[in-house]
Design a binder for this molecule. Structure first.
Ligand SMILES: C[S@@+](CC[C@H](N)C(=O)[O-])C[C@H]1O[C@@H](n2cnc3c(N)ncnc32)[C@H](O)[C@@H]1O
Length: 404
């Protein structure tokens, strides 16, 4: 693959024509990030896509998640399940309570907690169920997001703030309890590769006459090995010209979580597929998803630092990474089955008698979380455990472990 962005660009902003202009400060940060990327490419040559993605998302002070601009909700770029409805966090609360009781746990750790909505709603529901953990940790590297989360918790559960703490890294001493990761794995940088009959090429980003552009180069050995492992697992060679992604850091990420969990469970919710579906022959243009002000597309090159860049999750790889690190894979199912198993209907029912408009609103939100055409099927839930623990009841309706 060669060539630049697929969009026609606005001459003033450098953003795709028709996209709303960002505020001048955000645009200035994006230009600084673009200059830094150009300098890096000038010095070291084209950037493998995972290095590009790492930078546009996490470059200190400049990356999408490191900068201060609005990302979540109506005024931002995308909406996640905790922002669709508190029913999501309320349902997860019951699952957390189950695991905490089973392992005599005292801690919930939430990775990448977004705007803090999930933490606030989850704590409120756990309080209602008289199942509060001693500690609720939020692992968040961005200072501006930490502030945002604090404000949200202060607004919803001010009396529970004493239990809440922020971490910049995974805890050094293994915890007993639950680790939650909603839409975190899709934000881990991925390498992009193309299968050719004679070998594997890697997609890198370089600087062309009109801006950043793609360049295919021979794949790094670690990408070749990863593709060989995928093909060996699938029992077939990917078709000639096939383009896709692989998350090289996923095994190490799962292993690092293993080191942090003495006993308990990790619940991962994200968009993704089991490996057989991920690398289906007709899914030959990869799985990248980028978001700018609720425009979803697949082109990560324009507007560095201003748009979210993500990739679907290979859930088989996540499960294997966990298993190889010594965790037990407990459950895998769709978000719809998981939430139904976790009692979302009963939670809705329990709000009967409250304000009618609020009930209608919650019922509509439940549809977005559950319907196959909305989030119900595209999002999947994976549970892995440390210690002697069984699958939470969210997996009781339809545990699809055999599909991984
Ligand atoms: C799409 S946002 C999801 C936010 C939130 N969980 C939600 O559902 O609204 C992805 C988040 O994952 C965080 N993230 C990425 N890599 C991470 C890592 N290695 N550890 C913890 N968080 C990470 C990002 O910083 C970002 O805040």
């Amino acid at each position: 693959m060669a060539g630049g962005t697929s969009f026609a660009l606005n001459a003033d902003t450098g953003l795709p024509a028709g996209w709303p202009a960002p505020d001048p400060d955000a645009l200035a940060l994006s230009r600084r990030l673009a200059a830094l990327l150009r300098a890096r490419i000038g010095e070291g040559g084209p950037l493998p896509f995972d290095a590009w993605m790492e930078s546009v998302l996490y470059e200190p002070g400049l990356g999408y998640y490191s900068g201060g601009q609005e990302k979540f909700g109506a005024a931002g770029d995308f909406v996640t399940a905790p922002l669709v409805s508190p029913l999501f966090a309320w349902s997860l609360a019951g699952q957390c309570a189950e695991v905490l009781a089973a392992v005599h746990g005292d801690t919930i750790l939430e990775l990448g907690p977004g705007d803090g909505s999930m933490a606030a709603d989850l704590l409120a529901e756990l309080e209602r169920q008289e199942a509060l953990p001693r500690r609720y940790w939020l692992l968040e590297r961005s200072a501006s997001l930490r502030q945002r989360q604090r404000e949200r918790l202060q607004a919803v559960v001010p009396h529970l703030l004493a239990r809440v703490d922020w971490l910049e890294h995974l805890p050094e001493r293994p915890m007993r309890g639950v680790i939650l990761a909603n839409e975190v794995l899709d934000a881990l940088p991925v390498a992009r590769f193309r299968r050719h009959r004679g070998g594997v090429a890697e997609l890198t980003v370089t600087v062309g006459e009109d801006g950043f552009e793609w360049q295919e180069r021979p794949a790094r050995p670690q990408v070749e090995r990863a593709v060989a492992a995928i093909e060996s697992d699938l029992g077939r060679t990917l078709p000639d010209g096939y383009l896709s992604e692989v998350c090289l850091q996923l095994p190490a990420f799962m292993a690092s979580l293993r080191d942090s969990l003495a006993t308990g469970a990790l619940l991962v919710v994200d968009y993704g597929y089991p490996r057989r579906e991920y690398y289906r022959a007709d899914r030959d243009e990869g799985t990248l998803v980028c978001h700018y002000r609720h425009r979803a597309h697949w082109d990560p090159l324009p507007a560095p630092g201003l748009q979210d860049v993500s990739a679907f999750v290979d859930f088989t790889a996540a499960a294997l990474g966990a298993q190889n690190a010594g965790l037990e894979v407990l459950g895998y199912t769709s978000q719809a089955h998981f939430l139904m198993g976790a009692g979302i209907t009963e939670l809705l029912e329990a709000r009967r008698g409250e304000d009618v408009m609020e009930q209608v609103r919650l019922a509509q939100q439940a549809k977005t979380l559950l319907l196959p055409g909305a989030m119900g099927e595209r999002f999947r839930v994976l549970a892995v455990g440390a210690g002697n623990i069984s699958a939470p009841t969210g997996f009781s309706l339809y545990n699809q472990l055999a599909n991984l």
